[in-house]
Design a protein around this ligand. Sequence first.
Ligand code: BG6
Length: 495
Amino acid sequence: KRPPASVLFIFGGSGDLNYRKLSPALYNLFLDDWMPEQFAIVGIGRSPYTNEAYSEHLLDGIKKFSRRKGEQNGHWTDFSQHVSFLQMDAENVDSYEAIADIVKGREQEWGKHPNVIFYLAVAPQLVPAIATKLGKLNLCSDTHSTRIVIEKPFGHDLQSAHELNALLGRMFSEEQIFRIDHYLGKETVQNLLALRFANALFEPVWNRNFIEYIQITAAESVGLEGRGGYYERSGALRDMVQNHILQLLCMVAMEAPVSFDANEIRNKKVDVLNAIRPISRDKVHDYAVRGQYAGGWKKGERVLGYREEKGVTPGSNTETYAAVKFYIDNWRWQGVPIYVRTGKFLNQKTTQINLQFRQAPHYAFPSESAETWRPNRMTISIQPEMDIRIRFQAKRPGQTMTLDPVEMVFNYDTAYGEHAPEAYETLLLDVMEGDATLFMRADQVEAAWKVIMPILEAWENRVPQDFPNYAPDSWGPNDADALIAQDGHSWINLS
Ligand code: BG6
C-alpha cells in the first residue's frame, strides 16, 4: 500500500546528502511504485536553481550514486514532474510563508490535505533556527500529518542533545519528530529482529550462559571524503559510536519485544542503553582506545595523514578511530564484554557483529584433533557482504576422527538474488507512512550520549601523546589490540 499524498521539503536541497542519498532513494521508491499517488518534492536552498536545472542536478547524483544507475529512461521524466526548487533564505522568517503557499496549492490541486514533511539535511548548527521558524507555521500544529526529520549528529554532547530535544519539543510533539540513524534502515540490521525473535533456535543461547563475548566492528576504508570541517569537531566516537554502533548493540542485546509496535521496540532498546555500565572517567583508559591515522600508502596510493587534511588543524587531537569495551549490567548479559570499534582508513570496509560462544565443556575426541577445536561463532555481516555465518565443528571425511571448524551460511545474494533497498529508501518510506519504529526517540538519543560522555570528557581533557598512531590500511592502533588482549581475546578480522 502506498503512503498518503505527501509534500516533502528538503532543507539542504542543493547539498551533498540530498544529492548522494535522498534523491536516489526517493527515485528508487518511485521506480518500485512505493511513492504516493500524489507527491511533491521541494528542494530548498540558497543556490539560484531553476526547476529544470535542479532536476538535472539531481539526475546527475542519481547516475552516480543510485543502486540502479542504469534505469532512468522515461521514468525520470515522470519523476521530475514532481520535483521543484525553492530558493529561500532559511534564516529569514518571512520566507517561510512560501512553504505554506506551496502546501495550500497542492491541497487545492489534490483535493485533500497532504502529509507535510520537513527534512533537515543541513549542518547541525542550522537545525534550531530552521525548526524554530517552521514551528511558527500553522502547519506544524497538525501533529497527525506534519513531520520533521532530523539528521545526525543530534547534538554535540548530552547537554546540547537535551537542549535540542527541548527546543523541538516546544514546537512538535514526539510523534512528529523523526531522528534518523540510517543504520537502522539497513536490511541486515532490520533482520537482526527477525533472526532473534522469529526463531526458536537462537534465543535460548543468546545470553551470558552461552556467549563469551561480542564484537561489533564498523570499519571504513575511506577517509574524510572532503568532510574535514565537520569531522574535526566530531571524531569517531561522536560520528559512529554514539549513534550507529550503539544502535547495533541495542539490536543485538535487547530483550524480546511483545509486539512490533514503535514504542515497544524503542522501549526495549533504551533499556539496553540504560543498563550499560557507566565508565568512570579515571578508568576510561582501561575501556577505550583512540587513534588517528598517519599519512602513508593505501592500496598502492599515497594518502595524506589526518592532520594534513583540508579543514583539519595541523596539531589536531580528533580521533579517527575508537574502540570501547562495554558491559551491560542486566540479567542476560552480566559479565559479557562487548567490544566495539570503528575507524577511517582501515584495511577494509566491513560492518560485522560477532558472537563468540563459550567453548564446549568437554572434549571427548582424540587429543590430536584438539588443535583445530574452535568455539562456535556467529558472524553477522551487515555490509558490504550481507550474510550470517555459524561456525561449528565437523568431522573431516576419512578414517581418522579429525575435526575442522566449518560454516553454515545464509547469504542474501544466493537466498534472494535481488538488490535490497537502501537504508534511506526504507526510512523515507517510513516517514511518509508515519512509522517511527526505526527512528530514535528523544530519550534514546540522550541515553546514548550519556553512555559515551565519560569517554568524550576524558579524551578532551587529556592530550593524546602518540597521535598519529596508526597507518592507513591497517586495523588501527596497537593499543586496540592490547585492550582486548587483556581479557585473553583478539579482534576478529577478515583476512
Ligand atoms: C555517517 C558518518 O553517519 O556514516 C560517516 O557520518 C560514515 O562518517 C557513514 O562514513 C558510514 O555509513 P555507511 O552506511 O557507509 O556505513
